[in-house]
Design a protein around this ligand. Structure first.
Ligand SMILES: NC(=O)c1ccc[n+]([C@@H]2O[C@H](COP(=O)([O-])OP(=O)(O)OC[C@H]3O[C@@H](n4cnc5c(N)ncnc54)[C@H](OP(=O)(O)O)[C@@H]3O)[C@@H](O)[C@H]2O)c1
Length: 327
């Protein structure tokens, strides 16, 4: 099969089109004929080997060579083969999944605890936009214990995770303020935000103490400054921030952990990697999508051969929603 193989840490030109053996399923896996995948910051963190601190962690990026040779965490496609221990899936079923990698290829093996039946109302391209960003947003909403009637600030409302977070907070019944760039204000309002604020001109000091929950997806301002937007009983959820060479965005998670015991608010880190039950969360998202409460937002779609270009575009940090690849 054809796959884009990561030949070593570096820029998107380290992703090379090559031939690989088509996978066969282990006992608890299915093999998916990948019809679409999408790009996440997760992919270029692996590609660059940054932040470098993550190379030292067990289960991290890999010390000198990437731990994952074929990137692409999101897949949507059809089951081609099932392992001996698999119940509930058969060849031909349409599925979507959140893998540790393998999506930048024609076929991918997928453990069944990382896939779910594809939402019936989505195309493969739309379904591939959902898993990593949608599940992260769902975890953030849960970790923030977002409730109906609460005032929620979504910082980074127009990106992959943010577009899901706005819709999920609205689905719970929260009153949402979305922070994004000027060109995305209308989009964020159209997703259900009561208010959309341009981060380049917003006066954040005027909003002090106004929110019950801050979902910090894109960073851009110190954690301490965003925390001041919370009510005394509020919850701060750290999701991400701009990538850097050595530590960023992990510095924001460290700041949250360090502040935890010294501030009145609840300080939480949303962590997709360590979160179990991905198939359960995918099924929940599928239900919300089929009910019309959540719709993936796609910035642009690239063909399979342009995966390096798609990753380089996503890496710039200004995609509106998701960058999708058709296979
Ligand atoms: N904790 C976890 O387990 C987990 C899981 C997944 C992702 N993440 C992290 O979450 C972050 C977001 O991921 P993503 O997929 O949503 O990324 P993304 O799609 O690349 O986010 C891009 C968006 O960020 C917005 N943005 C850029 N600078 C901003 C600023 N200063 N203030 C507000 N918005 C700003 C951009 O808006 P404009 O174009 O309008 O500038 C753009 O819409 C990343 O850091 C990622 O690594 C964490």
């Amino acid at each position: 099969m054809k796959a884009f193989v990561l030949r070593g840490f570096g820029s998107a030109d380290r992703l090379e089109l090559g031939e690989m053996t088509t996978p066969s399923p282990a006992g608890d896996e299915v093999v998916v004929r990948v019809r679409a995948t999408s790009v996440n910051p997760y992919d270029w963190h692996y590609m660059r080997g940054e932040p470098r601190i993550a190379r030292l962690m067990s289960g991290g990026l890999g010390l000198r060579q990437p731990n994952v040779s074929v990137l692409g965490a999101d897949v949507a496609g059809e089951v081609e083969a099932v392992g001996d221990g698999v119940r509930g899936y058969k060849p031909g079923d349409k599925v979507f999944g959140l893998l540790t990698g393998g999506g930048f290829a024609e076929w991918a093996s997928a453990p069944i605890d990382r896939i779910a039946p594809m939402p019936a109302n989505l195309s493969f391209e739309q379904a591939a936009a959902v898993p990593l960003a949608g599940v992260t947003a769902l975890i953030a909403i849960r970790d923030g214990s977002v409730q109906s009637g609460q005032r929620v600030l979504v910082n980074g409302a127009s990106g992959g995770v943010g577009t899901f977070a706005v819709q999920l907070a609205r689905a719970v019944g929260a009153e949402v303020t979305g922070v994004c760039g000027k060109r995305n204000l209308d989009l964020v309002r159209s997703l259900g935000a009561h208010e959309a604020i341009d981060y380049t001109t917003a006066d954040f000091s005027r909003m002090a103490g106004r929110f019950d929950v801050v979902l910090d997806i894109s960073g851009g301002r110190p954690v301490s400054a965003l925390r001041r937007l919370l009510d005394r009983k509020g919850t701060f959820v750290a999701v991400g921030g701009p990538g850097g060479r050595w530590v960023q965005p992990a510095d924001r998670m460290m700041a949250v952990m360090a502040m935890k015991s010294f501030v009145p608010q609840r300080m939480v880190v949303a962590d997709l990697v360590r979160h179990g039950a991905k198939a359960v969360l995918l099924r929940e998202l599928a239900g919300l999508i089929e009910a019309g409460k959540v719709t993936p937002v796609i910035d642009r779609t690239y063909p399979f051969g342009e995966i390096p270009t798609a990753v380089a575009y996503q890496e710039k940090g200004h995609a509106t929603g998701k960058v999708v690849i058709t296979i």
